[in-house]
Design a protein around this ligand. Structure first.
Ligand SMILES: *Cc1c(COP(=O)(O)O)cnc(C)c1O
Length: 389
């Protein structure tokens, strides 16, 4: 189906932060499959994990115990607030599970009227019906029939509106990305996250974080919520969880998962042995202190350099935002055109809302590669200036 707006590169091979096109051109990859190949392309440890598991067992279905799944769930719980995990194959399925878990919780508590889910403008939760309704982006819901009942979109940053909404007796949950990804790397201020936690506690509403993009070390901590010193009740994770292999997960506290009993939810592929073997290896590498330290160091360097470029190119760059290696650069020239100019310099950057380009490189990007990214970005700024003149 013609649903994708594809860049004109035939990608053939990847190694670390490099992508190689069929014509032999080498690109410096600051997209990383949209924050997904977090350890770079074909990381030796992940390649080995796939190879080892491929000759042992691929798939058995969740009617059997899967040791790798139990091991990865244990690791995810040890690294987070969660007590239980449900595995999926994508981010939007993890969000779907989060939303179902929240409604089921209230139903199991004898409050079936609590069904309302609050989302925020500029957010992205994936493409299932529930996810597009929770995010409420008009261009993603239009033409797909009636809006699902029980979803309401609030204005990002409007804490008064949120306070009123969460006080309703029908409120079930709110869902938010601690750092918006597709929306243009907009971070929710830490004090707002803490206020959300307090309001949810006060009104018995469940707090869902969508950390599909901001999680797994992307912001320099394992989870973006850690920066605010609070935790959600339910969290959706995916993207970097499999280092490029399709894995998602819905994490929850035992209390929030109260309604998720035998038979109420499931997945054929979710948590299969092959996926779990890769996920365990990826989590192990990402959780290493040196990986998270590198994110903070390289992020600091990139941001400082980008601020320098902003001073020199005020006609091109208006704002630098985001957290860790989820960096947004808000532009004056059209972001899609700028992505083409960067590509001409063999630099790949992602698009984003609010006319941003995003830099989402592998978490183990080296200082030298980061310096190269800045040089290429600078040349793209010069080309953008020339094009506007
Ligand atoms: C990418 C993304 C999703 C959707 O993940 P898919 O794997 O594409 O379904 C959901 N939420 C956020 C924050 C994302 O960045």
């Amino acid at each position: 189906m013609g649903v994708y707006n594809r860049a004109p590169i035939e990608v053939e091979r990847g190694e670390g932060a490099r992508l190689y096109a069929k014509d032999g051109t080498a690109y410096l990859d600051c997209v990383a499959g949209i924050a997904t190949t977090a350890l770079g392309h074909c990381h030796p440890r992940l390649v080995q994990a796939v190879k080892d598991q491929a000759v042992k067992l691929w798939h058995v279905s969740n009617i059997f115990r899967i040791p790798g799944q139990e091991a990865l769930a244990d690791r995810l719980c040890a690294e987070s607030f969660a007590d239980v995990v449900f595995f999926t194959n994508s981010g939007t399925e993890a969000v779907e599970c989060a939303l179902k878990t929240a409604r089921k919780y209230h139903s199991a508590n004898g409050d079936p009227e609590r069904t309302e889910i609050f989302g925020f403008d500029g957010s992205f939760h994936g493409r299932t019906y529930a996810a597009i309704n929770a995010a409420g982006n008009p261009s993603y819901v239009e033409g797909f029939g009636p809006r699902l009942p029980g979803y309401e979109q609030l204005k990002f940053g409007d804490m008064a509106a949120l306070e009123a909404a969460l006080a309703r007796p029908t409120a079930a949950a709110m869902i938010i990305e601690p750092v918006q990804g597709e929306g243009g790397a907009r971070a929710v201020p830490d004090e707002d996250l803490r206020r959300m936690r307090a309001l949810c506690d006060q009104h018995g509403v469940l707090l869902i974080f969508d950390e599909v993009q901001s999680g797994m070390g992307r912001t320099g901590k394992m989870w973006a919520y850690e920066w605010a010193g609070i935790a959600p009740d339910i969290m959706a994770v995916a993207k970097a969880l499999g280092g490029g292999f399709p894995i998602g997960a819905c994490l929850a506290s035992a209390k929030a998962a109260k309604g998720m009993t035998v038979g109420v939810h499931g997945s054929t592929f979710g948590g299969n042995p092959l996926a779990m073997a890769v996920g365990l290896a990826a989590l192990d590498e990402i959780a290493k202190p040196e990986t998270l330290d590198n994110v903070r160091e390289v992020s600091g360097y990139l941001k400082q350099q980008l601020h320098g470029l902003k001073e020199r190119f005020p006609d091109v760059i208006v704002d630098i935002r985001g957290k860790g290696l989820l960096i947004g650069v808000k532009l004056i020239p059209n972001n899609r055109e700028f992505m083409g100019l960067a590509r001409d310099q063999q630099l790949l950057v992602a698009g984003g809302g609010d006319n941003c380009v995003r830099l989402l490189p592998a978490l183990n990007l080296s200082r030298e590669e980061a310096a190269e990214a800045i040089e290429k970005f600078e040349r793209a700024c010069e080309a953008a200036r020339k094009a506007a003149a």
